[in-house]
Write a protein that binds this ligand. Structure first.
Ligand SMILES: Nc1nc2c(ncn2[C@@H]2O[C@H](COP(=O)(O)OP(=O)(O)O)[C@@H](O)[C@H]2O)c(=O)[nH]1
Ligand SMILES: [Mg+2]
Length: 92
């Protein structure tokens, strides 16, 4: 497998206006809370804690964007499911 050499944190946001503007292919990591989305992202880029992982569901509450070798954008999404957070926050 190809080794990814550069992975940089771009922004965390829930506002579409702040999403990175790019024509690069974007990979979204989506799925239920706590299934290992962030761990998978870290594993792909060989970094332990680029995307924050947690044993508590619902820790990721924004979309976290990462630039990968100026070739791709990875988007780590909050899980849907059983996070204990306010309704307002969830709707965001
Ligand atoms: N046993 C096991 N645990 C994992 C695996 N991947 C992630 N985890 C654990 O599952 C929990 C949730 O992982 P995380 O990547 O934060 O999930 P996310 O909420 O989908 O982003 C953490 O405690 C991880 O250490 C795996 O492949 N096997
Ligand atoms: Mg996560």
């Amino acid at each position: 497998m190809m080794k990814i050499l550069e992975a940089i944190y771009l922004i965390s946001t829930t506002s579409e206006a702040q999403f990175p503007i790019s024509t690069l292919p974007e990979v979204a990591f989506i799925g239920r809370s706590n299934v290992g989305k962030s761990s998978l992202l870290n594993s792909i880029v060989s970094r332990k804690n680029l995307a924050r992982i947690s044993s508590t569901p619902g820790k990721t509450q924004q979309i976290n964007f990462f630039g990968i070798e100026q070739k791709w954008v990875f988007a780590d999404l909050p899980g849907f499911g059983y996070a204990i957070i306010s309704k307002e926050k969830r709707n965001e």
